[in-house]
Design a protein around this ligand. Structure first.
Ligand code: APR
Length: 249
C-alpha cells in the first residue's frame, strides 16, 4: 500500500498538527517489517526446543550462563542484520516535527536509535549492550575475551545482556520517564504492541486519564483498541508514514 492510500481522519491530522507534546509506545510489531522476529517467533533452528521465557530469566542465567549468553549472541546476529523500516523512520520524523516527543519502546533491538530517534526510553533495555552481572554497570567485554559469557573487566563476574528478564524490575528511571511522558502528552501513539504486558500496557490508559487523544496502529485488535480515539488498522511500516505524510506532507 502506498502511504498516500492510508486514510487518516482530518480530525486526527489536526490533533497531531496542534499537539505540543506527543508520546509514543512501540512493541515488537514495529520491528516485524525489519525482519526482526517477535520475542516468541524468534525460536527457530536449534533454539526451537527452548521456551524463550525459560531462557530470559535470572534463574536460567545462574543455571547455565553459557546457554543464555549463546542465545542472546544468536539473537544479536539476527538483529545486527536488520535495518529500520519506514515505521521507525516515521517516528523519527515525528520527533523532528512535534515540539516535545518521547518514544517509549519495549523493543531491545535499538532500531529506533538507528532510524534517528533520540528521545527513546528503553523499558526493556537493549540487546546491543552488555552489563556486569554482579555490579550492573554497562560494560563491554575486552577484545581478547572469547569467554562465553565474557567476564567483567572490573570484577571478573560474568557479563550479561543489558535487557530486562522475566521476574526482574524494569529500569526505575526509564519507567518514571515513561509515565511522565504519558501523563503530559496531548496525543499518545501506540504502535505494534499487543498491550498485554504490564506496566507498559498502562501507559496509554494513563495518557487517556490525562485527556490525551489515543491512537493505535496495529493490524489486529488489542485490549487498547476500545480506548483508542483513532485506530489505524494496518502495518506500522505503512500506517505511520501515512500519518506523518498526511499531517506534514
Ligand atoms: N505493524 C504493527 N503491528 C504489528 C505488525 C506490524 N507490521 N506485525 C505485528 N504487529 C502487532 C501484533 O498484532 C501484536 O499486537 O504487534 C504486536 C506484537 O505483540 P507481542 O508479540 O506481544 O509484542 P509486544 O507487545 O512488544 O510484547 C511486549 O512482551 O514478549 C515480551 O518482553 C517482551 O517486550 C516484549 C513484551
Amino acid at each position: 500500500m502506498s502511504i498516500r492510500d492510508v486514510r487518516v481522519p482530518e480530525s486526527l491530522i489536526t490533533a497531531l498538527q496542534n499537539a505540543q507534546s506527543v508520546a509514543g509506545l512501540t512493541g515488537s510489531g514495529v520491528s516485524a517489517e525489519s525482519g526482526v522476529p517477535t520475542f516468541r517467533e524468534a525460536q527457530t533452528g536449534l533454539w526451537t526446543r527452548f521456551d524463550p521465557e525459560q531462557l530470559a530469566t535470572p534463574e536460567a542465567f545462574a543455571r547455565d550462563p553459557h546457554l543464555v549468553w549463546e542465545w542472546y549472541a544468536w539473537r544479536r546476529k539476527h538483529i545486527d542484520k536488520a535495518a529500520p523500516n519506514r515505521g521507525h523512520e516515521a517516528l523519527a520524523e515525528l520527533e523532528r516535527r512535534v515540539p516535545s516527543f518521547a518514544l517509549v519502546t519495549q523493543n531491545v533491538d535499538g532500531l529506533h536509535w538507528h532510524a534517528g530517534s533520540r528521545n527513546v526510553i528503553e523499558l526493556h533495555g537493549n540487546i546491543g549492550r552488555s552489563k556486569c552481572s554482579r555490579e550492573g554497570v554497562i560494560v563491554e567485554p575486552r577484545q581478547d575475551d572469547t569467554g562465553v559469557p565474557p567476564l567483567c573487566p572490573h570484577c571478573g563476574a560474568f557479563l550479561r545482556p543489558d535487557v530486562v528478564w522475566f521476574g526482574e524490575a524494569l529500569p526505575v528511571d526509564a519507567l518514571a520517564e515513561a509515565f511522565e511522558a504519558a501523563r503530559g502528552c496531548d496525543l499518545f501513539l501506540s504502535a505494534g504492541t499487543s498491550g498485554l504486558v504490564q506496566p507498559a500496557a498502562s501507559l496509554p490508559i494513563e495518557a487517556l486519564r490525562s485527556g490525551a487523544v489515543i491512537v493505535e496502529v496495529n493490524p489486529d485488535e488489542t485490549p487498547l483498541t476500545r480506548y483508542a480515539s483513532y485506530v489505524l488498522r494496518g502495518r506500522a511500516g505503512e500506517m505511520l508514514p501515512g500519518l506523518v505524510n498526511a499531517a506534514y506532507g
